[in-house]
Design a protein around this ligand. Structure first.
Ligand code: ADP
Ligand code: MG
Length: 369
């Protein structure tokens, strides 16, 4: 057996400061979280383009720090890595480090214990690009915030790039010192929101492409319709369907996918979405979704649109104006009018009443386990 040659490029102990020499560290980047693998949508356009700009000119844009914020599972960590990866591609000599805030804190606590605080600080001050993920974790951790404040100032003064992620915008952060919050606001805060249906489908397709998986379109669409708010869950559902099918050596059918997703969704708080209702209504009347969302005043389309609004009002927590916006840019008064019309028609038109009952059944049927 041959003995592998030990490559001495990575620093074992990050707190050994090698004088003025440029240090060569493992940037801790996950290559899968590249820009290439990140799907752009309305939900993330600003964050993605700011990230891209920073990656092309680290420390040289006004986006310093760049703070990416948003709810869990929407791609903050992914974009943060993507910046690091792209910077390493563009400027291989730059020292880039990705560190989750909890690890940063634990390292600091260890440094205090071992009396190596200065090494800790020096190490971080040597970065050209420092990416700290989930900075909200430092909430209430005053000592760590204090040391981060000094590192931040040093890096910023030297035009080094700082990238942060957080679950909230700086204005809403609790337990973070004012002087840090005001520094977070120096650069750009960009949010990531829940992806719309098209983006969710594109994300699933991308994931399938990267993993070399093939699935029929109706299954992909079913997953995207059912799981609406969190990309991590979206991917989780895809993976469990595939795992289940391969374990059972069964082909993946829409039936199997539904069972899996229902189980998946049952464990999370399940909410019926406007997207989902629109899909059921469109399928029922055999209308393309674009037509439902268009301004067309054709009678059948108006009726389908009114039904979608009616069910959205009754079965989701969405506001009237959100429902209107989803149904072809209508206002809340139009939604109210639609609900009244549907109620009136149900009393006077037997056939219409039948539609409503059918649709109600379908929405319930497909949305529960
Ligand atoms: P967060 O850090 O906001 O909680 P992550 O960055 O960990 O979320 O994203 C969760 C998962 O969703 C990751 O696997 C990530 O690759 C994926 N993901 C999120 N947004 C996108 C997107 N727009 N395109 C492709 N994948 C995405
Ligand atoms: Mg994250």
């Amino acid at each position: 057996m041959s003995v592998p040659v030990q490559l001495n490029t990575a620093i074992k102990n990050p707190f050994i400061v090698p004088g003025l020499k440029k240090i060569d560290i493992d940037s801790q980047l996950n290559v899968n979280y590249s820009f290439e693998n990140f799907i752009e949508g309305d939900c993330n356009r600003l964050a993605r383009s700011a990230a891209w700009a920073v990656a092309g000119k680290p420390g040289g844009t006004s986006f310093n720090p760049l703070l990416l914020y948003g709810a869990t599972g929407l791609g903050k960590t992914h974009v943060a890595h993507a910046i690091g990866i792209e910077i390493k591609n563009n400027f291989p000599q730059k020292t880039v480090l990705y560190v989750p805030a909890d690890r940063f804190m634990n390292q600091f606590v260890d440094a205090v214990k071992n009396n190596t605080q200065n090494d800790f600080i020096h190490f971080y001050e040597m970065m050209d690009v420092l990416i700290i993920d989930d900075i909200h974790f430092l909430s209430g951790k005053e000592k760590t915030q204090d040391v981060f404040f000094h590192i931040f100032n040093h890096l910023h003064q030297n035009h080094k790039q700082i990238i942060l992620t957080s679950d909230k915008a700086p204005v809403d952060m609790q337990g973070i010192e004012q002087r840090l919050l005001s520094r977070f606001k120096w650069g750009l805060s960009a949010d990531l929101q829940s992806p719309d249906l098209e983006t969710r489908i594109a994300i699933l397709k991308k994931k399938m492409y990267v993993d070399g998986i093939e699935l029929p379109t109706d299954i992909v669409e079913y997953i995207a319709y059912s799981i609406t708010s969190n990309v991590r869950e979206l991917e989780g559902a895809l993976i469990s369907i595939i795992a289940q099918a391969s374990l059972n050596k069964k082909p993946i059918t829409l039936e199997l996918a539904k069972q899996m997703i229902d189980k998946f969704v049952k464990n999370t708080v399940h909410e019926i979405s406007i997207d989902y209702i629109q899909k059921v209504v469109c399928d029922y009347f055999e209308l393309p979704l674009e037509t439902l969302k268009s301004k067309t005043r054709k009678r059948e389309v108006v009726q389908a649109r009114q039904l979608a609004m009616y069910f959205s009002k009754n079965m989701t927590k969405s506001s009237l104006s959100a429902i209107g916006a989803h149904c072809g840019g209508k206002d809340h008064a139009t939604v109210l009018h639609a609900c009244r019309t549907v109620n009136n028609l149900m009393e006077t038109d037997k056939k219409f009443k039948g539609y409503v009952a059918d649709l109600q059944k379908r929405i319930n049927l497909n949305s529960r386990g």
